[in-house]
Design a binder for this molecule. Structure first.
Ligand SMILES: NC(=O)c1ccc[n+]([C@@H]2O[C@H](COP(=O)([O-])OP(=O)(O)OC[C@H]3O[C@@H](n4cnc5c(N)ncnc54)[C@H](O)[C@@H]3O)[C@@H](O)[C@H]2O)c1
Length: 495
């Protein structure tokens, strides 16, 4: 399912809009059907939040944005779609009708997934043509940031559909959790709802306010839950005795009447109390402001988890590695023209890369040259498998010369000349140029060292990498040495 180019979104509200944003950031086009005349305006706000969050989250080169188009009918949305994601209101009759209509107009091999929070796929696929390709792909809000998607099949769903849906979601940076058996509320919402029922009782009984309930989670268990679920958390709660000790020690507590499980009566008094407390908690901040606060915190959590390569951070890291691989596609071939510096990296100056002068800020030069070095490594055949063996190239020295300013949205490319190399080192020279007039903007001379990342020691690169490097270095040896290569910083004075 990695050949998905166009996705039909049936419903473009909170969730449909979130899908559109994630798809656009992955270079996939969306065709949206939503009867709400305000849907386009609301989507713009979601897209703006998503762009803002992605810029903060990662330096990885995103795909060129996928196009988003609103269409006037279900048939128009699905006719050319490779994948269909339904995100209409949570009403069974509406979803059954909508999915059936979509299945009749869709391409026969298009997977049809529903974002439903609680309905079972067997109840949704009843009137569909080709029910074997109907499944659930249940995401979490905001879809553009949270990687989890629960994939659930119904009685008539094929295993191939679940596999294809999972592969597609993973290709757009998500963590597809295949659920073995359908159930009302799937897994994650069932757990969330149990917590929410207890929260409602706690507020209703005057034990704590909405804000105090939130603090009881955010300052404690919630911090743990972003990387360890209840099972691993409670294993650690058992100390050295682990899970078995924990269950034997605290098992009896589960019989005591802590939890009520059945939801309280949602009468006017409880609704008024909770609404009032929630308004007080928001303290005048709009939904958009709170969404941005949520996104900023999620970005920080994802970044922290990424540096630990754990839980959602592992998904994010693998996704970024794939983005780099996709943007640096060229790999050495014997027929390549090596009679000039290599042109392996291109970029566009993102708006947040410029400083108060309106020009590319200093640290971004290093980032761009670092990306150009990554493109060279990829060209030499260094990929995720090579890194998995504990081998990598590290930059040990850089000298940047700034020649001309460059403004936001301007296109760039970098050429790379190998000045010297041996089995552990590459001495190279990057030259950054304007994508329009080819003017030279900056240069960077770098020394790169091949390392065993576990031992934290320099070591020889693998023979196949050295063979490619040798071929390039030999050809580049015949090129004129760049004027700025070997330049030292200093104030030149007349003798
Ligand atoms: N909000 C969440 O946190 C969340 C999380 C995961 C899954 N979901 C699920 O996603 C689905 C959508 O929820 P939401 O929160 O985006 O709701 P929403 O109200 O924000 O969006 C629903 C959209 O569907 C449109 N719509 C109404 N009738 C339609 C029709 N016949 N065809 C196409 N579109 C139609 C509405 O105009 C609206 O824009 C639900 O099934 C919900 O359970 C929601």
């Amino acid at each position: 399912m990695n050949g998905v180019k166009t996705v039909a979104l049936l419903g473009g509200g909170v969730i449909g809009g979130g899908w559109a944003a994630r798809l656009a950031m992955n270079g996939i086009d969306s065709l949206i059907f939503d009867p709400d005349p305000e849907a386009e305006r609301k989507l713009e706000a979601i897209l703006a939040n998503a762009r803002r969050a992605y810029r903060k989250l990662s330096l990885a080169p995103l795909h060129e944005g996928g196009a988003i188009r609103f269409v006037g009918s279900v048939a128009e949305a699905v006719a050319e779609a490779d994948f269909i994601q339904e995100n209409a209101p949570e009403r069974l009759d509406l979803k059954v009708k909508l999915l059936a209509e979509a299945s009749r107009a869709a391409k026969p091999d298009a997977v049809i997934a529903s974002s439903t929070s609680g309905f079972k796929p067997s109840d949704l696929q009843v009137d569909c043509e080709g029910p074997e390709r109907v499944c659930i792909g249940h995401p979490f809000n905001p879809v553009y940031l949270l990687p989890l998607v629960e994939v659930v099949g119904g009685e008539r769903t094929s295993e191939e559909t679940k596999r294809q849906a999972g592969a597609f979601y993973e290709s757009i940076g998500m963590h597809a959790l295949q659920i073995a058996k359908e159930a009302d509320g799937h897994v994650s919402d069932r757990l969330q709802e149990a917590l929410w029922r207890e929260a409602l009782h706690i507020v209703n009984d005057g034990i704590a306010t909405a804000d105090e309930v939130d603090r009881s989670i955010c300052y404690g268990p919630g911090l743990r839950w972003s990387f360890m679920g209840p099972a691993l958390t409670f294993r650690l709660a058992g100390g050295e005795g682990g899970m078995e000790h924990y269950l034997r020690q605290f098992g009896p507590t589960l019989k005591s009447p802590w939890t009520k499980l059945v939801a309280p009566e949602m009468d006017d008094a409880l609704i008024a109390r909770l609404t009032e407390q929630s308004d007080a908690q928001a303290a005048g901040r709009s939904i958009r402001e709170l969404e941005q606060l949520r996104d900023d915190c999620l970005v920080s959590v994802l970044q922290a988890l990424r540096s630990n390569d754990y839980a959602a951070g592992n998904t994010q890291r693998a996704y970024e590695e794939r983005l780099y691989e996709a943007s640096h596609k060229s790999v050495f071939s014997e027929s390549d023209d090596l009679t000039k510096p290599l042109r392996l990296h291109e970029a566009r100056v993102a708006p947040e890369w410029v400083d108060y002068n309106g020009h590319l800020t200093e640290s971004r030069y290093l980032q761009i040259f670092g990306d150009a070095s990554d493109a060279l490594f990829r060209y030499l055949g260094i990929d995720a498998d090579y890194h998995a063996e504990g081998l990598s190239y590290y930059t040990v020295e850089t000298h940047i010369s700034h020649l001309l300013e460059v403004a936001a949205e301007e296109p760039l490319y970098v050429t790379t000349q190998i000045l010297d190399s041996d089995e552990k080192r590459i001495h190279l020279f990057h030259s950054m140029h304007h994508g329009g007039d080819d003017g030279q903007l900056a240069t960077a001379e770098q020394m790169i060292l091949h390392v065993d990342t576990e031992a934290q020691q320099a070591c020889a690169a693998k023979p196949e990498v050295l063979a490619r490097l040798g071929r390039i270095a030999e050809a580049h040896g015949a090129l004129v040495k760049p004027e700025l290569a070997g330049r030292q910083i200093g104030i030149r004075r007349k003798a």
